[in-house]
Design a protein around this ligand. Structure first.
Ligand code: ADP
Length: 479
């Protein structure tokens, strides 16, 4: 795998490439193409001037026209007709210094070439006037390129005229040199600016990320110290917040795991101690092999089974692995069936459980799970009733909703605990001194089951007066 590169180096490479790309583009347009474009422009103007002169070649004021055109476009022209020879008298006009045979040569080349001919040459090569070139003229325009555009015009009567337009392309070396120097300086400035920018970005982006990375080393252990500063970017700030949140969640999960192990082992140990205790006693003392003792072992084994089943249930509910098997069933009958299982217990313990209902109600839900919910609520009502051994169960029909209430008159729950009792293994009484069976995760299971059904549920409670646990579901039909 390719080794990841440090962000600041990447930034530097990208920015430098980008800046120098722009500089290269500037160089091509400003320097590389300057001379050719300038020359192309000059040639175009010369051709255009020749075409304009052609249009007025027979006019009387042609010489004025040529003079103004030449001045306008910074060039000179020579027009030779059968009757006259008109030229612009401008200094630096090489065309006026050309020997006769050169003119003839241009003429013949133009004729050969279909009527026009473009000559580009160094001034020195062209200063071959037998009268000897003017030295000062040559030295002044040395190095410039001379362009002579020759056009041969023939009118209807067969009269031939020659138009010669001469322009000079000055060397732009000096200008390009200046531009090159400028671009070099700009390049240096840009490079320094890029390095400064990268250093700045590194400070603003990379450093906080490195700090966060260091701070996350202990994240797996639920530790994260917020390293964001006031002037950090929002994203960095938010990343810090998210990591902080993750750390607290990890801590919570860790604590929940530890609590769970502690509680589960406690809950499992009690029946296990009873089973081994009674078993050993029966082995050692043959007289103790009584039905009563065997019943204790069976009861404790059942309790163990219940705890393990509850735990499995909850973990499957938490992972959404449980599917509801919904059906239409008679809720009132279901409650009555659940209550039957408490009959002998109520008789023994002198518990009074009362069920109030008007008429049987049908609902659409998972019957087994609703029975499980009822069992959990009733178990709790019994467990936390203390001496007040009375439980009331009500079936209340309101509009299209049926509400089941399970009320006890026992110890009640403090207001600040009400939200927490639905959490896994939360206990108001930390001492865990319950006498009856139960896994200690009853309400967490109730919560998962009712939420899976999307049924409304809750509790109203007053300390030392008792609690009312309730849940509501839509009525399918009432019989
Ligand atoms: P447990 O096995 O401890 O009853 P639950 O999940 O069923 O576990 O209940 C969680 C906690 O809620 C209980 O430990 C108890 O403190 C409180 N609780 C539940 N039902 C009642 C009730 N009817 N009266 C008072 N407290 C209750």
């Amino acid at each position: 795998m390719k080794k990841p590169i440090k962000l600041q180096w990447k930034l530097l490479i990208y920015l430098v490439t980008f800046m120098f790309g722009i500089l290269a583009l500037l160089w091509v347009f400003q320097i590389g193409l300057l001379q050719p474009l300038y020359e192309y422009n000059k040639v175009s103007v010369a051709k255009e001037t020749a075409a304009n002169i052609e249009k007025v070649i027979n006019n009387e004021d042609i010489s004025d026209y040529i003079a103004s055109l030449s001045e306008q476009n910074d060039l000179c022209a020579l027009v030779i007709t059968d009757s006259q020879m008109i030229n612009t008298n401008v200094t630096g006009c090489m065309i006026n210094r050309l020997p006769y045979d050169k003119l003839v040569e241009y003429y013949s080349l133009a004729k050969e070439n279909g009527g026009s001919y473009l000559s580009k040459s160094e001034l020195v090569e062209m200063s071959f006037n037998p009268n000897a070139p003017d030295e000062s003229f040559v030295s002044k325009y040395k190095g410039d390129k001379n362009i002579v555009y020759t056009k041969v015009v023939e009118d209807e009567s067969g009269l031939v005229s020659i138009i010669l337009v001469n322009t000079r392309v000055t060397r732009v070396n000096a200008a390009t040199q200046t531009l090159s120097d400028q671009l070099f300086m700009i390049g240096c400035i840009i490079f320094i600016a890029t390095v400064i920018l990268v250093l700045f970005l590194t400070k603003k982006i990379v450093k906080p990320i490195v700090k966060i990375k260091e701070a996350t080393n202990n994240l797996a252990g639920g530790k994260y110290e917020n390293v964001s500063k006031k002037d950090d970017y929002l994203e960095i700030y938010e990343l810090n917040k998210t990591l902080e949140y993750a750390a607290t969640q990890i801590q919570k999960a860790d604590k929940a795991k530890r609590d769970l192990i502690a509680n589960v082992s406690h809950d499992l140990r009690t029946p296990l101690t009873m089973i081994t205790g009674y078993g050993e006693m029966m082995l050692d003392l043959p007289d103790e092999k009584t039905d009563e003792n065997i019943k204790v072992i069976v009861a404790e084994s059942k309790r163990l089974n219940l705890i393990v089943n509850d735990l499995l249930d909850l973990s499957r509910l938490n992972e959404n692995k449980i599917e509801l098997h919904k059906e239409n069933f008679n809720l009132t009958e279901c409650i009555q069936d659940v209550l039957k299982t408490y009959e002998s217990y109520s008789r023994q313990e002198e518990f009074h459980i009362q069920f109030d209902f008007n008429r049987p109600i049908m609902i659409y839900a998972d019957k087994k799970r609703i029975a499980q919910v009822l069992h959990n609520f009733i178990d709790n009502a019994i467990n936390y009733s203390n001496q007040n051994k009375r439980i009331e169960i009500r079936q209340i029909l309101k509009d299209n909703l049926i509400r089941i209430e399970i009320q006890d008159f026992g110890q009640g729950i403090e207001t600040n605990q009400i939200e927490l009792i639905w959490d896994r293994y939360y206990k108001v009484d930390k001492e865990h001194n319950r006498v009856s069976q139960g896994s200690g995760i009853g309400l967490a299971i109730v919560k998962e089951v009712l939420e899976l059904h999307q049924f409304n549920y809750g509790v109203k409670s007053k300390i030392n007066e008792g609690s009312i646990f309730y849940f509501e579901m839509p009525v399918l039909e009432s019989e």
